[in-house]
Design a protein around this ligand. Structure first.
Ligand code: GAR
Length: 203
């Protein structure tokens, strides 16, 4: 069973898509254990609260250094029995100590077809601006494992969408976001299913 912590900074539409898939029984081997945000006003925390899920605000700014921030994240994850982390619009880098403790247990969704259009500075609307500026005919969404480098770890699943003539960063973002809402639950379903069939033991 995947006991998932979802980390996000914004509206939380990807989290909502994952939660809906779980509630509908589409991902039988996963549940949401908590939602964590660096932003106390983030929509993602409101969605969690509305669904009676633990909604936790934790920001580097509340701590004197990264070590104490990472320590509190890790103790919180352990308190809730978390064994898997899904980043869903989390606009901060996950502390290295958390990546190390959850090696191959963290996934992220990126609004482009990695390995292109990723890396530092490539988030949100910047990604779509870059895709349009480069004249690409296709973009999409990528779910990948997280390692110490931005947007770098092994790819789990991708979904493509067309880039249409006249697209603005906003119109392309909306098309990609709709693809994200399909591909993220599918990727988590695949990982949960693989763990169940391989007999991988998780807490
Ligand atoms: C999504 O488009 C996600 O791919 C992007 O932020 C948005 C969050 O939307 N993430 C990144 O750019 C991370 N590099 P949501 O809060 O509605 O899920």
């Amino acid at each position: 069973m995947l006991n998932i912590a979802v980390f996000g900074s914004g509206a939380g539409s990807n989290f909502r898509a994952i939660l809906t898939a779980i509630q509908q029984g589409d991902i039988p081997d996963a549940r949401i254990s908590l939602v964590l945000s660096n932003n106390s006003g983030a929509g993602i925390l409101g969605i969690a609260r509305a669904n009676a899920l633990p909604a936790i605000h934790l920001s580097q700014k509340q701590f004197p250094d990264e070590r104490s921030f990472a320590g509190t994240i890790l103790s919180t994850l352990s308190e809730y029995g978390v064994n898997f982390i899904a980043l869903a619009g989390y606009m901060k880098q996950v502390p290295g100590a958390v990546v190390a403790a959850y090696r191959n247990r963290i996934v992220n969704i990126h609004p482009a077809l990695l390995p292109r259009f990723g890396g530092p500075g490539m988030y949100g609307t910047h990604v779509h601006e870059a895709v349009i500026a480069s004249g690409e005919k296709v973009s999409g969404a990528t779910v990948h494992y997280v390692d110490e480098e931005y947007d770098h770890g092994p790819i789990v699943l991708q979904r493509t969408v067309p880039v249409l003539p006249g697209d603005t960063p906003e119109s392309l973002a909306a098309r990609v976001l709709a693809a994200e809402h399909e591909v993220y639950p599918s990727a988590i379903r695949r990982i949960a299913e693989e763990e169940r069939t391989s007999g991988h033991h998780t807490a």
